[in-house]
Write a protein that binds this ligand. Structure first.
Ligand code: FES
Length: 141
């Protein structure tokens, strides 16, 4: 397992007024309030992935009776990556473990009512990191 390094992955996002108009209200809410952001102690599943843009996402999973009881994340990424990671951790909650891999980027984008076009890859990074955390969970069993 990779080292759990969360330095600089929990800073608060900033967004100019002109940029705000480019986000749906759901994406803006998740991107700025960032539900489920912050590390988890002793997770059952963990992954850290750096996307092509250079941003890094960590995902932490807690399992109870074969279901994902809690999912959390950290990132040094943009408002869109926060929105996408918050959506992914909300969507995956309560799913049976094999289904944890089925949160695809489109599901995240639908939940957020879209993201600015140049930020669609943020949903992919959230989805991939979640999949890797589920994979890590299975490896540990
Ligand atoms: S710009 Fe890199 S994850 Fe959003």
């Amino acid at each position: 397992m990779e080292e759990k390094k969360t330095d600089n992955l929990t800073h608060l996002p900033t967004l100019s007024e002109s940029n705000r108009d480019r986000f749906s209200s759901q994406a803006l809410e998740y991107g700025t309030k960032s539900p489920n952001m912050g590390p988890m102690a002793e997770p059952d599943g963990y992954a850290k992935v750096t996307g092509p843009c250079g941003d890094t996402v960590e995902m932490f999973l807690r399992i109870n009776k074969g279901r994902i009881e809690e999912a959390r994340y950290t990132t040094d990424g943009c408002v869109s990556s926060r929105a996408a990671c918050s959506a992914a951790t909300i969507l995956v909650k309560g799913k049976p473990v094999p289904s944890g891999q089925l949160i695809d980027p489109n599901e995240i984008l639908d939940h957020l009512n879209g993201l600015p076009e140049e930020s669609v890859h943020c949903a992919k990074l959230a989805s991939i990191t979640l999949q890797e955390a589920v994979k890590n969970l299975k490896e540990k069993k």
